[in-house]
Design a protein around this ligand. Structure first.
Ligand code: AMP
Length: 558
């Protein structure tokens, strides 16, 4: 029996003060990320560090925890600045300050963000009241140094975060000036997503014999690459839950694991999904063995269809195969990604791996692609229209089934008969379909709005990840299939639902028998059972799609 939660043991071995270990445990971190494992011990030991890590890897904690460890519990009285963190943007200043505040609260450490764009007087007053850690953009830091409100003579640790960004924004000279204003006898850490020569030159000038830490890109052993459709949805953080819900509705997974970074996130997300009508279970290191067993039993029996889990909790789980792996956040290292999605696409089966990413996490995605040597598709979050179309497909399939079995329809016929005296039977049926389509449409109010697409910024080096690929529907057909070419694509406004609808209506093929659908810009490809292909082609030729006659033939392309 293991009733003790999987505590942040990993963090306990890094040499950090207990209050900090407790702080990360209370935030729901179950184990250090790769960059934290590598950077924290040397920083705690007083070494300088040159780290290559992008946003999303957990690098903030990698430098903030050792900084707080070294500062310790500030004494009463004068509070000189002991830690200085330089960041490129105001957003990052606020974000890093918030993280430092969260980690250092138990120690009573005071942190102050200072950045351009906010009244300098207010920040000066903040500095006069005393701050142990200052998180600053270089321009504003220099301004405050010159006004002699930001005094750096007691600084013991300096961090340059996103150093390449700071150079790109033209802060090179400011950085030099700031670094020469801090005592030589200090600890320095420099973190950057890339390490071009100009960054190495700064490191050479200002870091003393730094320990270099990089998130290793280990090779995936041959033969481990799963057969998985890998998709990315780029969304803003606040739209993530809604986006996840839509993607789940569209994909209707038979079994899915949704990975989150922290226990807190796992609990919250499981709760939100349940409130939205999914059967979700939370699994993390804070559960007793008994609780875990129960969760796993329910998942295996199909009583729950979504398992929301942390990496630690999912490790060593005896789950044979899931249809979908969802990364609610981009995993902190490419290895973690490979490990997670290895739970789908097993034993030659099809799997789907879905990653929700924020625009700023594109570098992590690129690192993953470098490791897997596969491209992820960037897809658009399904619109309300897509979901309605999908819902109607499901209603239609259910109706077909009910009609085929004909069981228990008698008591409804009398209702239809009495309505038929006043209305057209077709209208009655349409109204019934409408009601069935709307039933259980539990989307909370406000979720009608479209989730704004986030423009995917171009990476500075090469393509970030697959820009835009044909839309694909999960293949669901076994046995012999043939691919049909349809001469209209995305530019013609075609959606998978249109094709499914047309084929199902015109050729009378149940939508469940239609396989993969690819929608390219100017054409689409649909897989259908080989023995139905001719009928489908004939039927489609005799109809219109989006109001137009279109070319339809057997695809001999591949
Ligand atoms: P960063 O790369 O510093 O921007 O961190 C990305 C996200 O990961 C933040 O939301 C952190 O709160 C979270 N995070 C950092 N370290 C861990 C960890 N060891 N376990 C779980 N989440 C973490």
């Amino acid at each position: 029996m293991n009733d003790t939660p999987v505590a942040a043991d990993g963090f306990a071995t890094l040499g950090l003060e207990q209050a900090l270990v407790d702080a990360v445990a209370s935030l729901g971190y179950e184990e250090p990320t790769a960059i934290q494992r590598e950077a924290i011990p040397p920083l705690v030991a007083g070494r300088d560090v040159l780290g290559q890590a992008a946003t999303g890897t957990g690098k903030t904690a990698a430098f903030a925890l050792p900084m707080l460890h070294r500062i310790g519990r500030p004494r009463d009285g004068a509070r000189p600045v002991r830690g200085l963190i330089l960041v490129p943007t105001r957003e990052l200043a606020m974000q890093v300050a918030e993280a430092v505040h969260k980690y250092g609260r138990a120690l009573g450490v005071r942190v102050l963000p200072v950045y351009g764009g906010q009244a300098v007087r207010q920040q000066m007053r903040g500095l006069e009241r005393g701050a142990d850690v200052v998180v600053a953009t270089p321009g504003r830091a220099l301004d405050l140094i010159r006004r002699e409100t930001l005094r750096l003579d007691e600084v013991t640790s300096v961090v340059l975060d996103e150093a390449d960004e700071m150079l790109d924004m033209g802060f090179a000279e400011d950085l030099e000036a700031i670094l020469s204003a801090v005592p030589d006898k200090r600890q320095s850490a420099l973190f950057s997503a890339t390490l071009p020569p100009r960054i190495l030159a700064i490191a050479k000038r200002h870091l003393h014999d730094p320990v270099r830490v990089t998130i290793a890109n280990e090779k995936t052993p041959a033969g481990e690459a799963p057969r998985v459709r890998e998709s990315v949805y780029v969304v803003q953080r606040r739209h993530k839950v809604a986006a996840l819900a839509r993607v789940l509705d569209m994909e209707s997974p038979t079994s899915a694991i949704v990975f989150c970074r922290t226990r807190t996130e796992v609990d919250e997300l499981a709760e939100t999904l349940n409130a939205r009508g999914y059967n979700a279970e939370a699994l993390h290191g804070g559960l007793s063995q008994e609780q875990r067993d129960r969760v796993m039993r329910r998942f295996r029996d199909g009583a729950s269809d979504v398992l929301v889990a942390t990496d630690v909790a999912a490790r060593g789980l005896d789950i044979e195969h899931v249809s979908h792996v969802v990364n609610f956040d981009v995993p902190s290292s490419p290895d973690a990604y490979v490990h997670r999605i290895g739970r789908t696409g097993r034993a030659g089966r099809e799997g789907v791996a879905i990653t929700l990413a924020e625009a700023r996490e594109q570098r992590l995605l690129r690192n993953i692609e470098l490791l897997t040597k596969r491209k992820m598709r960037v897809e658009s979050v399904p619109t309300v229209h897509d979901l309605r179309a999908r819902k109607l497909q499901l209603v239609r399939a259910a109706l077909e089934e009910a009609l085929a079995s004909d069981a228990g329809l008698d008591r409804y016929r009398t209702v239809v008969e009495s309505l038929a005296q006043e209305y057209d039977v077709l209208d009655i049926a349409a109204a019934a379909v409408k009601l069935a389509g709307e039933a259980g449409d539990g989307a909370p109010p406000g979720d009608e709005d479209d989730i704004p697409a986030v423009p995917v910024p171009q990476a500075r080096e090469g393509r970030p990840f697959t820009a835009r690929e044909p839309h694909q529907r999960a293949p669901r057909v076994d046995g012999n299939v043939l691919r049909i070419y349809v001469g209209v694509g995305r530019l013609g406004g075609i959606r998978p639902g249109d094709l499914v609808g047309a084929i199902a209506n015109e050729a009378h093929i149940p939508s469940s028998a239609i396989g993969a659908i690819e929608i390219a810009d100017r054409f689409s490809l649909v897989e259908v059972p080989a023995d139905e292909a001719e009928r489908v082609i004939k039927a489609l030729r005799g109809t219109t799609l989006r109001g137009k006659k279109i070319a339809v033939r057997l695809d001999r392309g591949r």
